[in-house]
Structure formats: C-alpha cells, structure tokens
Design a protein around this ligand. Structure first.
Ligand SMILES: Cc1cc2nc3c(=O)[nH]c(=O)nc-3n(C[C@H](O)[C@H](O)[C@H](O)COP(=O)(O)O)c2cc1C
Length: 506
C-alpha cells in the first residue's frame, strides 16, 4: 500500500464517472472501475466523487469492505488533513425534525414495555434506518404473525405454590444467562447509533445476557469483542457462509480466538427477501424514482440489505455442515429452521441446536412463526428420543414480553432471541436504553413466573400453557403490536403516510 500524502484539492478533481476518487477515513481510493459493480448502484458513489464519503459509508459497510473489493493499487494514499476543507454538512428538513424529536425524547423511565421503544425510535431514526430495521418481506404477514402467534397461547397457572423466591437464570449451550432471553444478531447497527452493536455488548454485559454478534455488523468483530464489560462475558457469533470458504474459515478461527462460545449458522437467507419499505426509500435516496433509470441501471431492489450481502453462498447445503464441524470446536446451531423435518435432521447430525426462526419475517412471507414450529419440533424429537438438553431449541421472532419467552420455555425451548426492540432501544437511548429494556423484561418475568406458580424455569412445564389454538391462523384482534407496527403503504404512498418516510412531521 502506498503511503503517499495527497492534497484534497487534487482529490476533488476526480469527481466524475471517468475518474472517481473518494476519501474514507482519511484514505483516498480510486473507485472508477468499481462503479458499475457497486451493489448499491454507482449513483450513490458519484454523489461523493472527489469528496469525503466516510459518514455515508460507515453504517452500511462493515470494516474491511473496501479492502476486500478493491485491488491494493486502488488505494492511493492518505489525504493531507490540512488541505481538507471542513465542508458544511447539509442539514435536511429530516435532520431538523429528528433533532427536535430528540430534544423531546420521553424519559427512559416512561418506557414501560418493549413496544414503547419502537414508537420512540421511529421519531428519531432517519428514514433509511427506520426502513431497514422495521421492514419485513413482501406483505409483512409473517412479521406480524410472529407476534400474534404468541397471542394464541394462554396460561394454565397453578396456585398455592411457594413463589417467594423466583429464579429465571438458565444456561444456553452451557453458558450462563440471567434470563432465557438472548440478544439476537441484527446487521448494520450503526444505522441507529454511532456506536452500533457496542451498545448491545455493554448492556448485555451489565445485565448478564448473551449477545449474538452478526457477520454483517457495522462495528468490526474485534471492536465488539473489545467492548465486553467483563472477562467472563459470553458472546455467540452469527455466521453467513461466504461463497469463498477460506474467508469463512478465517472468520470462524478469529471468533474462536476471541472466545466466542457458539456458532449460529444462518440457513434461511440463500437470497434476501424483498423488503419493500427498504427498497422504496433507496429509490428516493439516490434521487431517482424511475425504476429503469438508464443513467444508473443497477438493480437496487433490495435496498441497504442488498448492498452488503451479495457474498452469501446460495449453494450452502447439509453436506457443508460436515466441513463446518471440521473447522471449529464451537457448538454449531442452525438459525432459521422452519420445519420439524429439518430440526430432526440437525439433531440426528449431532448439532447443538436450532433456532426456530423466519428471520423476523424478513425472508419468506407466509412462513410460520418460530413458536408455532416449536410445538411440532418438540413432539417429533420426543417421538424419536432426540429431545434432550444436548440439543437445544431456540425461538426468535415477535418476542416482546417476558410472557412470550415463558410460553416458549414451557413448550420446551431453552431460550428466545429478541432483535428489533433492542435496536430501537439503543437508537433512542444508547446502551442505557437496552439495559432498561432488559430490566423491564426481568420485572415482567418475575411477576409472570410468580403468577403462573413456577418459581424456577424447570417448574414451567407444557401443562402450564394451552396451545390448542396455536396452529389456527386466524386474524388476531387489536394488540399493541398491531397498533405499533407501521402499516404497509402502496407504491404511490397514501395521503397520511408518504412513501418510505418516517411518520415525523417534516
Ligand atoms: C434489522 C435486522 C437485521 C437483521 N440482520 C440479520 C443478520 O444479519 N443475520 C441473521 O441471521 N439474522 C438477522 N436478522 C434476524 C434476527 O436475527 C432475528 O431472527 C429477528 O430479528 C427476530 O425477530 P424480532 O426482530 O421480531 O425480534 C435481522 C433482523 C433485523 C430486524
């Protein structure tokens, strides 16, 4: 790599499609030849041609992206900071509204449940971030179903049991957790907050929960490990398998070196789902609402998601799991299993568990909720004598209350994962927001266990839940989730809800 010092005025001359240089973290890159290959389209790069693109680049691109995609000679040198003019940052109407909303943020103690964080986050997130975090695939039927499915399970509490002491601690893959809840992997943490995933690490460490680190984090893997609050803090890793297996092997080895205790291999994303909210806002963002804009005919059909995920190997199959096992001693769990047949196959292979999940409703719309699948998985594993603590069952999707987690545990799950609410909590309040969200869950958990008559998680047995309606896919009446989740708008938008824009009054 060249260590040349470059004058910013010189860099600024390379501001066209014919010669396009950009500055990222003080380094100058020649991206002219890369323009047609940029998964997010060349338009967005050209917007920063000859300029410092760091702020726009950072949240969307995990560290190392530039180095992996450009030949070494495309790195031209460092920009001479003394020649760099501090450009006036354009303050948009959206920025102004968000700043105002931040000033009027409710006090953290006013957030009484996990839904509250979603309402607040929507007011303080940029439209692009809101679209990426909140969206589900297609009509978002599965995204809503994830939550409403829990509403079809009712408790059968027992009375006159000594519930003076309640203990909801447990262990996931042999690792201690203060609750049967973990923070699941969600990509692009910096869209919501400059410290990205580190907010989750800090809160998880302080509250005794396990965090699953995403492959596509905005912070680097090492930054997230370094943010651990204490030496014993446990982290898992979510793995997207790269078409280039050498890259994946390197990632796994690094995870092991840094003491990660479990590998969650995502198996429900051979292609990314169409998340229309995310897609719409991308069209606006790049200044064109014409789908086949001849000047920039890149398929932007998957918004922020597409820009970062083209490396995921769609040919991944059961056979590859033998290879995966040969390169790591970490317990391997499949994330995104949706039928008992696949869960049984994973157990028969001797894997350590499965996450019954549909990726938060972001992949196959009309896939069933994890909690519904749990019922059939437990039944079929028991029938084959495969139901054992050596093969753990996790569920994620739509968990918003401690009672949701308790229903899953009663049915046979070890723990449940929560995604969006923690993202919303730190987007609005930083790590304290996530800590508060966890504390709310702990308070709910204690109360619910006492009222159910189960002083420990072992006392939560299948007889304590009535799941007879679970498989009925009826439309559920009004719930907090129904009123909080954003309504889908049509391609042309609706009068009260412009396409892809947050509901802040602009
Ligand atoms: C913004 C966002 C990004 C996500 N990124 C990933 C990812 O990179 N890898 C993955 O396996 N799952 C990812 N997921 C899925 C979550 O791990 C989890 O399955 C889902 O969020 C659970 O649903 P919930 O958000 O309703 O709690 C993502 C989910 C969201 C909302």
């Amino acid at each position: 790599m060249s260590g040349k010092l470059l004058n910013a005025e010189e860099v600024a001359k390379h501001n066209s499609e014919q010669s396009c240089h950009v500055i990222v973290h003080g380094k100058v890159y020649d991206v002219t030849e890369f323009l047609p290959d940029h998964p997010g389209g060349k338009g967005i790069i050209l917007k920063y041609a000859g300029k410092d693109a760091t702020e726009a680049y950072d949240p969307i691109h995990p560290p190392g992206t530039l180095e992996e995609n450009l030949a070494p000679e495309k790195y031209l040198g460092e920009v001479d900071q003394s020649t760099l003019k501090k450009e006036e940052k354009e303050v948009t109407e959206e920025d102004k509204q968000i700043a105002k909303n931040k000033e009027n943020l409710p006090m953290l103690s006013q957030c009484l449940n996990l839904y509250d964080f979603e309402v607040v986050a929507r007011q303080v997130l940029k439209g692009t971030a809101w679209a990426y975090y909140s969206s589900g695939a297609d009509d978002e039927v599965t995204m809503r179903e994830n939550n409403t499915a829990f509403g079809r399970i009712w408790f059968r509490p027992r009375i006159l049991r000594d519930v003076s002491n309640i203990d909801f601690s447990t262990s996931l893959l042999g690792q201690k957790s203060k609750m049967p809840i973990y923070i699941t992997a969600t990509a692009l943490g910096k869209l919501g907050h400059p410290d990205g995933e580190k907010n989750l690490t800090i809160a998880a460490g302080k509250e005794g929960l396990i965090q699953m680190i995403p492959t596509l984090a905005s912070c680097s893997f090492d930054e997230i490990c370094d943010a651990r609050v204490h030496e014993q803090q446990v982290q898992f890793f979510q793995l997207y398998v790269n078409s280039n297996r050498a890259v994946t092997e390197k990632i796994i080895r690094r995870a092991e070196e840094r003491g990660v205790k479990g590998l969650f291999v995502t198996v429900d994303a051979p292609q990314l789902g169409r998340r229309e909210k995310d897609m719409r806002i991308k069209f606006e963002d790049t200044g064109s609402r014409v789908q086949n804009d001849s000047k920039d005919d890149v398929d932007r059909s998957q918004g922020a998601a597409r820009a970062i995920s083209s490396f995921i190997d769609p040919s991944l199959s059961w056979d590859d799991l033998h290879w995966l096992r040969s390169v790591t001693r970490m317990p391997i769990v499949l994330k995104g299993v949706q039928t008992w047949e696949d869960a049984v196959r994973a157990a028969e292979m001797g894997l350590s568990g499965v996450v019954l999940s549909n990726h938060g409703g972001r992949q196959l719309d009309f896939s069933r909720s994890g909690i519904e699948i749990l019922g059939e998985v437990v039944r079929e594993l028991k029938a084959r004598k495969l139901f054992s603590p050596m093969f753990q069952l996790f569920v994620d999707g739509g968990v918003r209350r401690a009672s949701d987690a308790l229903k899953a545990v009663a049915m046979g799950a070890t723990a449940v994962g929560i995604g969006r609410p923690f993202l919303y909590a730190y987007s609005a309040y930083g790590p304290e927001g996530v800590q508060h969200a966890i504390q709310l869950l702990k308070a709910e958990m204690e109360m619910n266990m006492r009222l159910i008559g189960a002083p420990t998680l072992k006392d939560l047995v299948p007889e304590m839940v009535d799941t007879r309606a679970l498989n009925q896919h009826v439309v559920f009446p009004e719930t907090s989730a129904n009123t909080v989740y954003e309504r889908m708008s049509t391609a042309v938008g609706s009068p009260d809800e412009p396409v892809g824009k947050p509901v802040v009054k602009l």
